[in-house]
Design a protein around this ligand. Structure first.
Ligand code: NAD
Length: 472
């Protein structure tokens, strides 16, 4: 099947490449001439494990091409996927749909008769109706279809998520769209028995937001429980393990941390709230999730300050990991940004290291000394803060880290290290959802005083949390 993908960002590029890997004939189009020039030479604009090989392989096989020319891309295409960005509108929270509408206007004149325009971008309910109107103002009704096909891939494991999805959701209003999308996904997924959920367009659009809001809520739930664990002397890794093995709950998205970030959850929860508001519906759980997550991200700087006796003025703080999660270079809404900016406001000097994300981070953060090596980053630091649990960061030699530092203070916002091992080396450790160590209790957590009944050192600290509390 010949398809065109408009927008070659994280979603467009991964989707287009994977469709080609399934044997479809794919042309990816983008307005960014530099991106396309790079892609034509198999130089990728993003970091996604395994993607470069897959792009190259499919280009060589003649199934995948790149262009800035929309007319050329749409020639003969039975399905046209819109995968452009839908960021939150600054100061509003609702999704900025201008890129989607622009793409619809631009593609309309070049659309093949009978083509199915499929919105893969995450868009609020009713966007498909507007896209249909826009195209319908240029092309006769009935000569095209508009469908919804939200994408659920996760950066870092995007290829696997795309090729082996839990389910595919398609939202259609006519048989033509249904048939085309079943042809697109059906044969490659048939042998896997992957469910293809076919709904009306508006339901499909809402499914994506509902799924993301639910996951954001699950993360926020475990984060709040982590706070309670710290107060009562429980261990959130073990708690999550004990909860998550219940099949009704599931263990994913139960890793406590500094708050969710990234290109999807923050903007999608806000956009969902805006849709609900516009329709007079209260989504209180989602509202609370958004508020709690924002507050949490800001509070993480206080956790670092607490670990340094409440004062970071003039201190050198080494931040390990900047991207919003490992295995991506995406810095959108990364928790590292408010953390660093807050510490800077309190007078800290920041050194930072990320295996892949430094270039993107340097466009957002100022007055940060970016290091090419984690050990160089921690040299003479007063505290090291783990913000993103890249494997290479988890594998650091803590003894060597300690020897390089001025003060052995470890603030582990991802529970990436074994607390026991770090303490044995002489680190003062502040982790997430693990009770404060004996040494720290006398120093206070957000003002916690020695002798406070919340101190129950030794009850927790289960070291299975080096992998986020999973069974090993
Ligand atoms: P992105 O910002 O990385 O990429 C968007 C691309 O579209 C850019 O390269 C841009 O140049 C291009 N573009 C914009 N307007 C264009 C036009 N008129 N013609 C041609 N190209 C155009 O975005 P992304 O992260 O890939 O996200 C795309 C959509 O998918 C969003 O709605 C997002 O919410 C959703 N989504 C993202 C993820 C993710 O993990 N990033 C996962 C699921 C869904």
């Amino acid at each position: 099947m010949k398809i065109a993908v408009i927008g070659t960002g994280y979603v467009g590029l991964v989707s287009g490449t994977c469709f080609a890997a399934w044997g479809h004939q794919v042309v990816c189009v983008d307005k960014d001439a530099q991106k396309i020039a790079g892609l034509k030479q198999a130089i990728l604009p993003i970091y996604e494990p395994g993607l470069d090989e897959l792009v190259e392989e499919n280009m060589k096989a003649g199934r995948l091409g790149f262009t800035c020319n929309l007319a050329e891309a749409l020639k003969g295409a039975a399905v046209v996927l819109i995968a452009v960005g839908t960021p939150a509108r600054a100061g509003h929270g609702d999704a900025d749909l201008s890129f989607v509408y622009m793409a619809a206007r631009e593609l309309a004149p070049h659309l093949e008769k009978g083509a199915v325009v499929t919105v893969k971008s995450t868009v609020p309910v009713g966007t498909g109706d507007v896209v249909e109107k826009i195209i319908g103002s240029i092309r006769p009704a009935g000569t095209f279809s508009v469908a919804s096909n939200p994408e659920f891939l996760r950066e870092g494991v995007a290829i696997r998520d795309f090729l082996e999805p839990d389910r595919v959701v398609i939202g259609v209003e006519d048989q033509r769209a249904r048939k085309a999308l079943m042809e697109l996904y059906g044969p490659p997924l048939e042998s896997r028995g992957t469910p293809i959920v076919v709904t009306r367009r508006r339901t499909s659009e809402l499914i994506k937001y509902a799924a993301n809001a639910f996951l954001a809520t699950k993360i926020t739930f475990i984060n709040e429980l982590a706070d309670l664990c710290e107060e009562v002397g429980s261990d959130v890794g073990e708690l999550a393990l004990g909860m998550g093995l219940d099949k009704r709950i599931g263990s994913s998205f139960l890793n406590a941390g500094p708050g969710y970030g990234g290109s999807c959850f923050p903007k999608d929860t806000l956009a969902l709230l805006r849709t609900a508001q516009d329709h007079g519906v209260a989504l209180r759980l989602v509202e609370e999730t958004v508020t709690a997550n924002e507050a949490r991200k800001r509070r993480m700087a206080l956790k670092v300050m607490d670990a340094l006796d409440g004062d970071v003025e003039g201190a050198t703080i080494a931040v390990l990991g900047l991207t919003f999660k490992p295995d991506t270079d995406d810095m959108r809404d990364a928790p590292s940004v408010p953390l660093i900016e807050t510490l800077q406001r309190f007078g800290a000097n920041i050194r930072a290291y990320d295996p892949i994300g430094t270039e993107n981070a340097s466009r957002i953060l100022s007055d940060v000394e970016f290091c090419h090596d984690a050990y160089e980053c921690v040299r003479d630091a007063d505290a090291v803060v783990v913000v993103t649990e890249w494997d290479s960061i988890r594998r650091l030699d803590l003894g060597r880290v300690k020897r390089a530092m001025r003060q052995a203070v470890l603030v582990d916002l991802r529970n990436a290290f074994s607390r026991g091992a770090a303490e044995e080396l002489g680190f003062r450790v502040s982790a997430i959802g693990r009770p404060a160590s004996a040494r720290q209790e006398t120093r206070g957590k957000y003002g916690l005083q020695a002798g406070d009944p919340r101190s129950h050192a030794g009850l927790g600290g289960g070291d299975n949390q080096a992998k986020g509390g999973r069974l090993e």
